[in-house]
Design a protein around this ligand. Structure first.
Ligand code: IMP
Length: 428
């Protein structure tokens, strides 16, 4: 009855969606534990491309149950639209998509507040989906949970109270009365739509554990966007690290049997904030175009950099990652040489992990080691031994520098383009 946690080991967009989807076949339950529709998972299934933002990619396998845990912030409209999008493409969610009664709801005013802050000089490059303001309400103990949303009187009272609290700020966008009308406009329809999906997911998962089911818990975003351990304040407002899996789903720590971290063969980040190994110029453009490095949620071009071992080592420590999944190795083909940051120099000292201070995060100088590149199209390779020797060497050097194994290598978006080096990490 393993509970496997899959975390992003960088700044998000590592390709978790594909890996979760790959491992979903052997799972009984796939659980999202934090974030909201700020995430973007692109999954190719039966030759069809799906962009999922909120619903776990396990939904694409008919027998798998999917949970949106209490740790999420859920826009009822985004939830409905994603369920309908799947339905239109032949994927049924009813009966196997479970929404926590304790998750918080994102309402239009959260999106307005997010936009106001982003455009008012305090921006960090958010996705403008209302994520931060909704979590602020949760922490301020004025948030509205799914269980409140489903009770019209409670909902009305809470919305009125919250719009009063935020009135001064919101009136800079439009009259609060107009915002209230917007909140209530589709409310009845959305409430009825959500109701059959909502339940006590913590209890559901406890029963699943009792029945020896396989659980796969997936983070959105990545370690360096973690509210506590990331590049604060350029972070998201929840905890993608493995500890967040317990808080955001209700399963206890001792239930977690394994943690896998997903990293690209290089690094990307969207939004503002420190990025020690960022590069510009021809190599960055090549990687961005070849790797399709544009945000799934916002379409923004991603910032590009070399693989950063001090950053990765910290991510391994934050989550207790047992093994790595390296994605997009194929994208590095034809780059000679490939550089990897093995340490930072800061104020005359050598650092081997990511510093906490925001100043140090900005000022560290990467120390690089170069490895011979490889050429050709790797996307058809299915066995590690069939990779060019320099590609294998690259993966092995990353293992050595990170101190843990790379158990899966991904060379393309589709399920088949996956090289499993250690079958123990795959349960089907
Ligand atoms: P928020 O989550 O929309 O509040 O944005 C906070 C930070 O997290 C910004 O830098 C976003 O670009 C980043 N972010 C949020 N979701 C993702 C994601 O799924 N992938 C990569 N970056 C993300």
């Amino acid at each position: 009855m393993p509970a496997l946690v899959i975390v992003g080991a960088q700044w998000g967009d590592e390709g978790k969606g594909k890996i979760v989807h790959y491992l979903s076949r052997g799972a009984d339950f796939v659980v999202r534990y934090q974030g909201g529709n700020n995430a973007g998972h692109t999954v190719v299934f039966d030759g069809k491309k799906f962009a999922l933002h909120l619903i776990p990619s396990g939904i694409l396998f008919p027998g798998v149950h999917n949970v949106i845990g209490n740790g999420l912030v859920v826009s009822p409209k985004a939830f409905r639209d994603e369920v309908l999008m799947l339905q239109k493409r032949g994927v049924r969610s009813r009966g196997r998509l479970h929404l926590s009664l304790a998750a918080h709801v994102i309402l239009p005013y959260h999106i307005y507040l997010d936009t106001l802050r982003e455009e008012g000089g305090r921006g960090i490059g958010t996705t403008k989906k209302g994520i931060g303001p909704c979590y602020e309400d949760k922490v301020a103990r004025i948030g509205i949970r799914v269980c409140d949303y489903l009770e019209p009187e409670t909902f009305r009272a809470l919305v009125t109270q919250n719009l009063n609290v935020r009135a001064a700020e919101l009136s800079r966008i439009k009259p609060v009365k107009a915002i209230a009308e917007e909140v209530f406009k589709d409310y009845d329809e959305l409430r009825k739509f959500l109701a059959p999906f909502a339940c006590d997911t913590s209890e559901l998962l406890a029963k699943a554990r009792g029945a020896a089911k396989n659980l796969l818990l997936e983070s959105a975003q990545g370690a360096m966007l973690d509210l506590d351990f990331g590049t604060y304040p350029f972070v998201t407002s929840s905890n993608p690290i493995a500890g967040g899996a317990c808080v955001g789903s209700g399963i206890p720590p001792q239930a977690i049997s394994r943690v896998m971290g997903v990293t690209k063969a290089y690094t990307t980040r969207v939004g503002l904030g420190p990025f020690p190994t960022e590069i510009d110029g021809k190599v960055a453009t090549y990687i961005r175009e070849k790797g399709g490095e544009y945000g799934t949620t916002t379409g923004r071009p991603r910032r590009i950099g070399w693989l950063d071992l001090p950053q990765l080592r910290s991510a391994i420590r934050f989550s207790g990652i047992d093994s790595l999944v390296m994605t997009k190795l194929d994208t590095l083909s034809n780059i000679h040489p490939i550089k990897v940051c093995t340490a930072y120099r800061y104020k005359g000292k050598k650092l081997t992990s990511f510093p906490v201070s925001r100043r140090a995060q900005l000022e560290v100088e990467p120390v690089y080691e170069s490895f011979p590149g490889f050429s050709g199209d790797l996307s058809g390779v299915r066995k590690f031994s069939d990779l060019p020797s320099t590609a294998r060497h690259y993966v092995e050097q990353v293992e050595r520098l990170a101190g843990i194994p790379v158990s899966i290598v991904s060379v393309g978006q589709s399920r088949e383009q996956t090289i499993v080096r250690d079958a123990r990490t795959v349960w089907a």
